[in-house]
Design a protein around this ligand. Structure first.
Ligand SMILES: [Zn+2]
Length: 321
């Protein structure tokens, strides 16, 4: 590996973070003080070589756009879907990216000459949401996207568990007679509040099926009303599990479905309150007051990746403000 050092170590103060999604890469440049210096989006390539190329392109384009030399980049962190070995930077089974097995950190590092670290996208987003929200102690980030997963952050560190499955609440079955999940079980939380499962259950054409479900429910469609209630109860179940198993202080909810905004947040709150109706114990936990939605367009995922990258070397990014 060749480390670019055109301006000396002290000036290498930029931490780059990339959130690699199925269609686009969200990239941020972060200063040593934890301030976001700039942000851009680039399309994600399909397949192993194209994913590496598009990641390298995002890193160099960001430097051009923000106006610092590549020699100022101290580390790059990448949040990416799939099974990630955070130690080696290898990515397995990122099906939405056409990646079966990719030594991402090693390959990108060879091209750019900067230390790379790779993390699962939801775990990176959890870390970013924790830092940006100023959450002290413990928090969980619940991602409601095509699938459902959570990341747990304790005292500024991602809690992985023994095999990296901590936070995989999407595949906890809450109804043995429920809809079949892609994992082979029935009634997984993901079948209640995952965008993919809800779209399949809805079964009608449309580019934005979850929005369609909400609109049809507002107009009195019974199937849509049932699916909307499923979404609220599934998300509420995930919140309950995260608090009861890890006692996180806050659950920050993000992911594509949160574009629905207040109607989603209010629905999950109402479900939490209704589920606690008969239980003084559950009411005492005040779960409805412990959730918040990540603002739409939040850079949390890319920012969290930058924090992951920073952990590759000696200095950590400190929460700003
Ligand atoms: Zn499942």
């Amino acid at each position: 590996m060749t480390v670019i050092q055109n301006a000396g170590l002290d000036s290498r103060q930029v931490r780059v973070g990339l959130d690699v999604g199925g269609t686009k890469i969200d990239a941020v440049a972060v200063s040593e003080a934890g301030e976001i210096l700039g942000r851009l989006r680039r399309p994600t390539g399909w397949g192993e070589d194209a994913v590496v190329t598009s990641i390298v392109d995002a890193v160099t384009s960001l430097a051009d756009e923000v106006g610092y030399p590549m020699g100022d980049v101290r580390s790059v962190g990448v949040g990416i879907p799939g099974l990630v070995d955070a130690e080696t930077g290898r990515v397995l089974h990122a099906v939405n990216l056409g990646v079966e097995s990719l030594d991402l950190a090693a390959r990108a590092q060879d091209v750019i000459g900067v230390p790379f670290r790779v993390e699962n996208d939801v775990k990176a987003a959890a870390l970013g949401a924790a830092v940006l929200s100023g959450a002290a102690g413990s928090m969980a980030y619940l991602n409601l996207g095509t699938g459902v997963a959570a990341g747990i952050v304790i005292d500024g560190t991602i809690w992985r568990g023994s095999r990296g499955t901590a936070g995989e609440v999407g595949h906890i079955s809450v109804d043995p007679n429920g809809r079949l999940c892609g994992c082979g079980q029935r009634g997984c939380i993901e079948t209640f509040c995952g965008g993919g499962a809800l779209a399949r259950a809805w079964g009608r054409p449309g580019a934005l099926p979850i929005l369609d479900i909400f609109e049809a429910a507002d107009e009195g469609d019974l199937q849509a009303s049932a699916l909307r209630a499923d979404l609220f109860h599934g998300a509420a179940a995930a919140v309950r599990i995260l608090v009861l198993s890890a006692d996180v202080e806050t659950v920050i909810i993000g992911g594509g479905i949160t574009a629905l905004g207040a109607s989603l947040e209010n629905g999950i709150r109402a479900a939490l309150l209704a589920d606690a109706d008969t239980s003084p114990f559950m009411r005492s936990l005040q779960l409805d007051a412990r959730i918040e939605l990540l603002p739409v367009g939040s850079p949390a995922a890319a920012f969290g990746a930058a924090v992951v990258g920073a952990s590759a070397s000696e200095k950590e990014i400190v929460a700003h403000g």
